[in-house]
Design a protein around this ligand. Sequence first.
Ligand SMILES: Nc1ncnc2c1ncn2[C@@H]1O[C@H](COP(=O)(O)OP(=O)(O)OP(=O)(O)O)[C@@H](O)[C@H]1O
Length: 313
Amino acid sequence: MISLRNLTKRYGDRTVVDGLTVEIAPGRVTGFLGPNGAGKSTTMRMVLGLDRPSAGQALIDGRPYAELRHPLRRVGALLDAKAVHPGLTPRNHLRAMARSNGIPVRRVDEVLETVGLTGVADRRSGKFSLGMGQRLGIAGALLGDPAVLMFDEPVNGLDPDGVRWIRDLMRSLAAEGRTVFVSSHLMSEMQATADQLVVIGRGRLIADAPVAEVIERSSLTAVRVRTPQPAELERRLLAAGMRVERPGGEELLVTGGTLERVGAAAHEAGVCLHELSPRAASLEEAYMELTASAVEYAAPTPAAAGRGEKAGV
Ligand SMILES: Nc1ncnc2c1ncn2[C@@H]1O[C@H](COP(=O)(O)OP(=O)(O)OP(=O)(O)O)[C@@H](O)[C@H]1O
């Protein structure tokens, strides 16, 4: 469990993490999202004791990192995959980590196997590809068999095989009951991997909710209905407090109601339906909507125009 309590970081007069209070629970993958510069890395660094909070606390199982006796056995992290000395082989790098943290050296072979680096265990890591470097970083995070794992942009620059491998790994770590906290800018990937989302913008908490709820709450999530009596149904839906768009022909797009409510309204109105189906927003659409006002360096019109078109769908 990771607990952030009023966590705050200021650099000079800039507040880059602003009163974050969140519990990141075990047994699920929690995605950590936010526009560039939102404060994600700074937050993770404070959890790991690499940056000092200006106020508030970041706790691992109720304690600050600095108070953990064998930190690598409590929390594993991948923050910067290039943090390994290029002259070291994976085996030597991991052995040194194990020795300084009271971790049995046999774990080195186990984690090398888990991340698929056994075949290159004695090669110098300086020549490793980005994907191999990420795997080595993850091996280090897993070395102490910790209950809490944090990954900052783990799929950055990976090929589809690598992306899928990381997704499966996160899911299986969470299924083992561990706390998995992972930042990413790849929304489709987060939609496939995360159970819970913590979204921040300009250092502040914007959302802390299950992925399904974030999507459901989006105004772009709608119920699509087709009926030969669109005007009758529209009247009934509006009277029930739902919002209705009429793209044309038999079709209605309804927001502010569930499939069940729309079906019941059609039944009450005695209207025949040719289709009643969910139209879910993508996580990317829901995320863009959530963070629209928190984007620090927003691109001008094209993105905004894109959102406008989608809102009409
Ligand atoms: N040592 C520092 N001194 C001053 N400002 C800093 C320092 N470290 C980070 N910042 C600022 O804090 C803000 C948050 O940065 P951070 O790297 O935590 O954001 P992020 O959400 O991880 O962004 P990205 O998605 O681009 O990685 C940024 O505006 C950054 O410039």
